[in-house]
Design a protein around this ligand. Structure first.
Ligand code: UT7
Length: 331
């Protein structure tokens, strides 16, 4: 009997309409298009302007896009996993609300928080459930309203992040397609370098934490950059090696979109040429949990059944990893 593998069988995405360009940022903080482009590769990002809408709005729209495209009956979904670092509410998992709103009435749901690696970790969870035979249809969504936690007077972070959501459906496959391997890592010493200090159980919100701007993302960019370059490249090279993949065997690299220079360093280390590296950082910036599914959605038409894809991510925590997946369909 052939082993059941976990394949991605459908993709959906949503980004809000408002485009925050580098030119607009020049009017908000002391920065310029040349600096942002050369240091990060970002030209613009999408922002969810409506103050009454949260991450669930992005996730619901991404899921609906998938449901419409795949003609999926949402009552058949067994599990909804929402990877996010920006839940609608600190308590009451956003994924639960999303599942109800999309009509996934027979599913259970929860949130997964691993910063920029949330979606990659979620791929591992979804795949394990499918491979075990326990569930048949798992909707994995990555969505973040990063604009809700960014200080738009801080030039070191406000130029980087954007809002967006993406979704994939995992289903069993009997042809050996889908998830093949993964290397997932974390190192809690990293939390000093990329974090929101207040609003959690260590430092609950007070008038002082608000005045001190401790509810916004703080990042020691240089340190995070150094760890990201080394670790993302290491696991990506390692997953190729242990699956006997030469660079010509890899069809696509799907890397977290944090900084173009980190992506280039990872691709170089793997010996992968630019034409195989999926990139949309120039249009969306860093959307945290949404970068990987947004790439799959943007480039879906180019992905062919049987293609070897390496996913890679690095994020706050620190969390990082790499996954090897064989694409399962032509669209
Ligand atoms: O997805 C989660 C993981 N996150 C990451 O992977 C992010 C990793 N880090 C980075 O991508 C980069 O470190 C940044 C893009 C955040 C910053 O780039 P950098 O090349 O590391 O710049 P830097 O922080 O070393 O700053 C260089 C200079 C500084 O000026 P001085 O001290 O040399 O005079 C900064 O003050 O650039 C200045 N600077 C800016 N200048 C114009 C910092 N931000 C800006 C800005 N515009 N927005």
């Amino acid at each position: 009997m052939s082993k059941t593998t976990a394949a991605i069988t459908a993709v959906g995405a949503y980004v809000p309409e408002f485009v925050l360009t580098n030119k607009i940022l020049e009017t908000m903080v002391d920065t310029n298009d040349e600096w942002i482009t050369s240091r990060t590769g970002i030209k613009e990002r999408r922002i969810l302007k409506d103050s009454d809408k949260g991450t669930s709005f992005l996730a619901i729209n991404a899921a609906k896009d998938l449901i419409d495209k795949a003609n999926l009956d949402p009552t058949e979904i067994d599990l909804v996993i929402l990877a996010t670092a920006t839940p609608d509410l600190p308590v009451a998992a956003t994924g639960v609300y999303v599942a109800s709103e999309i009509g996934a009435t027979n599913a259970f749901a929860y949130d997964l928080q691993a910063a920029c690696s949330g979606f990659l970790y979620g791929m591992s969870t979804a795949a394990a459930y499918i491979e075990s035979g326990k569930y048949k249809k798992i909707l994995l969504i990555g969505a973040d309203k990063m604009s809700s936690i960014i200080d738009y007077s801080d030039r070191t972070t406000c130029i980087i992040f954007g809002d967006g959501g993406g979704a994939v459906l995992f289903e069993p496959n009997e042809e050996g397609l889908g998830m093949q391997d993964e290397i997932l890592r974390s190192d809690g010493r990293g939390r000093e370098f990329l974090k929101i200090s207040a609003g959690g159980s260590i430092l609950p919100a007070t008038a002082k934490t608000i005045a001190d701007k401790q509810h916004f993302v703080y990042q020691d960019g240089k340190t995070v950059f150094k760890f990201a370059v080394t670790n993302m490249a290491d696991v990506s090279a390692k997953i190729m090696e242990r699956n006997n993949l030469k660079n010509e065997d890899v069809d696509w690299l799907v890397p977290h979109q944090a900084n173009r220079r980190i992506i280039d360093a990872t691709a170089n280390r793997m010996g992968i040429k630019d034409s195989k590296v999926l990139m949309n950082i120039q249009r969306y910036g860093n959307t945290t949990s949404a970068t990987l599914p947004l790439l799959l959605s943007d480039f879906e038409k180019q992905l062919k059944k049987g293609d070897n894809i390496i996913f890679a991510s690095f994020g706050g925590g620190f969390t990082w990893g790499s996954a090897y997946l064989k694409w399962a369909y032509n669209s």
